[in-house]
Structures are given as structure tokens and as C-alpha cells.
Design a protein around this ligand. Structure first.
Ligand SMILES: [Zn+2]
Length: 169
């Protein structure tokens, strides 16, 4: 388990607002998710990892990231696709149990970082962008009413949900 990122401006922000540097080598030359965890790692196996994104406006925002550099779900073998989606569902389940959000948003964009990853985002009616996507226009200041121990409980719950997860062949 890595330390919580405290960098004031993490390169891969919660809203993918920061594009990686465009090098002459293009995407093959640099990939943030090949070179960094992409957040606080709370689960990892040979195939994928689950990270908690350091975004003050969106506590509990998780990403499920394929360890290998592939762009699309259909680049994966069928058992891997299933394992990826099962993990997304288990993270969603953990977020619902611990944070009791008004809605869960699932998204796989990767336009700026074309390395397969799913965003699993707990949404609340009082959050900064609701009912817009978190990448949309801010609707209000946003506030959090989560219990103080949400971080500890979430990590424990996700670890429990994923402890039986097998790595696809
Ligand atoms: Zn990559």
C-alpha cells in the first residue's frame, strides 16, 4: 500500500484535465499509467490495480486500472474483460456500502491517457457538479458529509470484496 499522494498538482488529475506531455515519440513514448500508480493503491494483483484518487471534491473516487498498456476493453481476452468488470462492480459495491452515495458513475474515457482504466465515482446531490458529470460545468461549491472514518472503512471493504479475486489466465 503506497502513501497517500500529497503532490499539490497530481499529473493525472481526477478529471483528466492534465494531458501528459506530448513527446516526439507520441503515446508509446510516455504513459502516465505505465509509469505511475495513478493514485493510492488499495488493491493490486498481476492483472489490475484499484487506486483511490486524491480529489478533494470527490472523496472515494476510485479507478480500476489494467496493469498492461492496452487501450480498449476489446484488447483484452474474454476472461480478462470479465475480471475487469467484476472488479469494477466490487469497487462499486464497496463504495455503496461505505459511502451510501446518491449515485455511482462509471466511466471509461482514456482520451488523454489511452491506457485502460475505469473510473468508479460516488456521486452526491450536493457534490460540485451533480447532476452533471464530474468533467462538466461546476454547479456549486460542493461539500462532503462523509463520516470521518470513511477512508479506513472503504479500504477495508474493498480489500474484503477483492480478496477472493483471481487473476485471469
Ligand atoms: Zn500505459
Amino acid at each position: 500500500m503506497s502513501e497517500k499522494q500529497t503532490h499539490p498538482n497530481p499529473p493525472l488529475s481526477g478529471r483528466e484535465a492534465t494531458a501528459p506531455p506530448l513527446t516526439s515519440g507520441g503515446w508509446e513514448g510516455f504513459c502516465e499509467l505505465c509509469n505511475q500508480d495513478g493514485g493510492e493503491v488499495i488493491f493490486r494483483n498481476d492483472f489490475l490495480r484499484v487506486v483511490l484518487v486524491d480529489d478533494a471534491a470527490y472523496p472515494g473516487f476510485c479507478r480500476v486500472i489494467c496493469n498492461a498498456h492496452v487501450a480498449e476493453m476489446t484488447d483484452l481476452e474474454i476472461p480478462q474483460r470479465s475480471a475487469m468488470m467484476m472488479t469494477v462492480c466490487k469497487v462499486e459495491q464497496a463504495l455503496r456500502e461505505v459511502l451510501q452515495p446518491d449515485k455511482i458513475n462509471l466511466a471509461s474515457l482514456g482520451n488523454m491517457t489511452p491506457h485502460l482504466h475505469w473510473h468508479v465515482i460516488p456521486r452526491f446531490k450536493h457534490d460540485k457538479h451533480f447532476p452533471q458529470p464530474i468533467w462538466g460545468v461546476a454547479q456549486r461549491e460542493g461539500k462532503s458529509s462523509l463520516p470521518l472514518d470513511w477512508h479506513t472503512r472503504l479500504i477495508k471493504n474493498i480489500a474484503t470484496q477483492l480478496s477472493a479475486t483471481a487473476t485471469p489466465a
